[in-house]
Design a protein around this ligand. Sequence first.
Ligand code: HAM
Length: 541
Amino acid sequence: MATKIKFQAIRGTRDLLPPETAVWNRVEQTAHSVFATFGFGEIRVPIFESTDLFARAVGGETDIVSKEMYSFTDGPVGLLQRLDFSNVGQFLDEIAEKLQRDEIPKTAENTLTIERAKEVFAAFKKASGKIPVSAFASSSESDSLKEYTEMAYEAIYLANRISTGDSVSLRPEATASVCRAYIEHNMQQLPQPVKLYCMGPMFRRERPQKGRYRQFYQIDAEVLEAVRKEVASGEWRVASKELAKDAAVDAEVIQMVMTFFDKLELQGVQLDINSIGDRNCRPKYVELLRAELQKVKDKLGPDSQRRIETNPLRVLDSKVKEEQSIIENLPRIGDHLCDECAENYKAVKRELDLRGVKYGENWRLVRGLDYYMRTTFEITAQGLGSQNAVCGGGRYDGLVELLGGPPTKGIGFAIGEDRLILSLQESGKEVASGEWRVASGRLGVDVYVAWMGGSAYATAIRAAKDLRKAGFSVELPPVEQKFGKALGQADKLGAKYALILGENEVASGEWTLKTLADGSQLKLPEPALIDHLRKSKAVSS
Ligand code: HAM
């Protein structure tokens, strides 16, 4: 008999259940409507993409790409996936054939690995024929058995090393995919800028904790704008005009996310902004920072020490207590911006002021992805503990070009939806405005159809159909229930009304509607009853 296994959601993933999912839907609905008022259209991109896309866009040295991606090989169809003693031979035959037909990468490494694996497997087959069955039971012959098993394991090991296709990864973020799609669909030919948003799950192998999951959800928005030729060549007067325009675009994107949070009544919202310079000034600043960090290297922890070489800017992100006083004395990027970046940063602040968007400046805000330049920002909210960033974003001019597209500017952000909802729940705002139907565990049933007697059943089915068509949430019990039990069940489900359909009601055509909150009853013919429900719903919402 098969052993009983109790499966559980994988660490860092979770089920979202009703009624909480109604809160998620409402948040997403609000995003759809607020983003539409800013002229954004929805894009849906695949959950997995080429690993190289993320490595190139987000950066090979970043934590996200170097440690946290869920990557696997996307090989030809029909190949065996789980190899063992019994099927590795068949696998090697198939793979050799696919190599001939160019269905798997014809690299020198693959050719050699397949050859070697076949040799080992042939030796294993030969040896296995010679091993007497008794060897499996007798310890005296264990040496030949050991050799035989080792050969099989080596063949399996080698077979698993064969690259059967390209590496793909579950998306850890959406910006890279949106840029890839912009290029793939020649969106530079559309009226510019192109404003897109998307939402859905992202995947990062992080240490799970409150507000940090391995499958989490983002609401992401991006503005992409192909650069005109004269701007790309950097003519200064045009460039200056462009800097002011970029600042206005940045501010509007930030204003959009703040408007969204405002609409949701998110509490304790704080916006931090910074400029991290561009390819002119940042490299010089990074070198200066590296040199200064070298001087205090011994006082830093192992992570920061490593980052002096790989990415000194990330040291500024450090939360290690002992490092804080050292970091405070490091050179600040704001003092080392080139003229263009300084002008642009000033303009961003002016544009935010014009829009009445409140912000704080945080020179240590550098972000953990490589593609940013100039404007970066992060938004925190209350009730989230250490993982309190609900949104991060910034400008990434040049990323589309890096991915093989035309010179293009970009700015965007991603909201952590899990954290956003956690914060709304912590402050009791998930049921904020009158539109929010789902409160404290209620599934939002409007009418429970309490039918009694075989002849009432057909009428109950029809009533449920008509009420649902009119937009009410209806619960129709599949079996007849006694009156008391039906009302008890209606109560448990939090229904607003019980529609009582007994043989009398069916015969007279006058149905009984009981309001569960106060126990009052009304007798009404069907059309009037639906009308009555409609009116009372309009009053309560
Ligand atoms: P990010 O800062 O890596 O930026 O992520 C944005 C937000 O996603 C974070 O502020 C956080 O709320 C949420 N988040 C990230 N990791 C997790 C996790 N493991 N569990 C729960 N929530 C998480 C980006 O992803 C950029 N693509 C944003 C962007 C768009 N920049 C320009 N355009």
